[in-house]
Structures are given as C-alpha cells and as structure tokens.
Design a protein around this ligand. Structure first.
Ligand code: DX5
Ligand code: ZN
Length: 214
C-alpha cells in the first residue's frame, strides 16, 4: 500500500492548520515539510516554528525534509519540534553517521536523500541504519517542477539494494509527481509519494490522493 506525503510548500499558508487537516482527512498518511536554508538550495522556505505548529494540529506522521547544510547542528531541534521522520541530504554533510545517530538518539526515524545527480551507491554504507531513503526526482529547491524521468530507475536500484542487504526501509520519491506519472514510481517499487502542487491544486483532494495511491 502506497503512502502519500503532501508537500506543504504548495499549501495556502494563510490556512496552514486547516490545510493540514484537509490532507489528512483526505487520506494522506504523512505530512511533508520542506525546510530550505538558501545555502544548500537557492530558496528559503520555513523552519522549526512551522514544524511545531504542524505538530500542534495533527497526529499524522511529520516527514521533515531538510534541505540545509550541516544538518548535524539542527536535527535535535527538529526532533524536539515534533518531527517523526527527519530526512537530510547526503550532499549536505560529511558526518552522515553522526546525523543518523543524533536522529535515533532523539527517538526519531532517519532518512537520507540524494539529488538527481547523486548515484544510489553512496547510500549503501548507511542503509542498515536508515528507516527511509528519499529519491529526489527534481533538483531540490522549488515546488511545481517537472519530473526528471531518469531519476525513476533509482527507486528500483534502492529496492534491489534493500533486498540484497536484507534491510527494511521505506523508499520515497519527491518532485514533480502527479496522478498521471505516479505509476512510473509505483512500478519501480516506491513506498511513499510526495506531491505538492498535484495535491494542493486539485479541487478534489481525496480523489487525487486516492489516484496517487492506486
Ligand atoms: C522540492 C521539494 C518538494 C516539492 C514537491 O525541493 O523537496 O517536496 O515541494 O512539490 P511538487 O510536487 O510540486 O514538485
Ligand atoms: Zn521535499
């Protein structure tokens, strides 16, 4: 069963709490929160206060995607703010195991993400200590971009690595996913689909979430 994690980057921030309630009532299992620092990516979004605010309005899983440099400095604060899964970028640090260990020490799930140009083999040394791998299917930094089709095969590669290593982790895809192209990621074996524009632009929220899953 595929899970859907709508990206709040595409929501109407004047109704933040209501938007979270809307997507979770419509069948979303996770709430995807995109944190951008203007350094790791050429855009600034939001940080700890909006993770705390989300935690106050929902019991759903908060899937926090850190697009920030030196995540080791901040993961504890995001954990305290109420994140359930903390995803950091392979490209954003040299201290990967330290980041993972800090997330686990806070009792949270650790995820590692790779940009479209980063090969999947870099994940291998960490896969036994990760609960999630996030494959970026656009260059991180902005919502509403077009899917880069070449990234889809990485989902199948990670699925294969997961099987060979005998580990359990979720494979998530993020960027440019719509109800028209989601089948590509599902055929490749994805577990969690992130969708921002596709979910928040739809008139029928429950319909689009169901279509992403089926
Ligand atoms: C991009 C973010 C994505 C993005 C998804 O840097 O990580 O989560 O907001 O939005 P859509 O689905 O519109 O590509
Ligand atoms: Zn994201």
């Amino acid at each position: 069963m595929i899970k859907v994690s709508p990206s709040m980057l595409a929501c109407d921030f004047t109704k933040y709490g209501a938007e979270i309630e809307k997507i979770t009532k419509a069948g979303a299992e996770y709430v995807h929160l995109d944190v951008m620092d203007g350094v790791f990516v050429p855009n600034i979004s939001f940080g700890i206060p909006l993770v705390e605010a989300a935690r106050r309005v929902t019991d759903a899983v908060l899937d926090v995607h850190l697009m920030i440099v030196e995540p080791e400095k901040y993961v504890e604060q995001f954990a305290k703010a109420g994140a359930d899964i903390i995803v950091f970028h392979y490209e954003a640090t040299n201290n990967h195991q330290e980041v993972i260990d800090k997330i686990h020490a806070m009792g949270k799930k650790a995820g590692m993400s790779i940009k479209p140009g980063t090969p999947t083999f870099v994940l291998e040394p960490f896969m036994s200590s990760l609960e999630l791998v996030l494959i970026m299917s656009v260059e991180p930094g902005f919502g509403g971009q077009k899917l880069i089709p070449e990234t889809i095969e990485k989902v199948a590669q990670v699925k294969e690595m997961r099987q060979v290593l005998g580990v359990e982790l979720e494979i998530e895809i993020d960027g440019g996913i719509t109800s028209d192209n989601a089948h590509l990621a599902k055929d490749a074996g994805v577990d969690v689909i992130v969708a921002g524009s596709a979910v928040f632009k739809a008139a029928d929220t429950a319909g689009v979430i169901a279509a992403l899953k089926e």
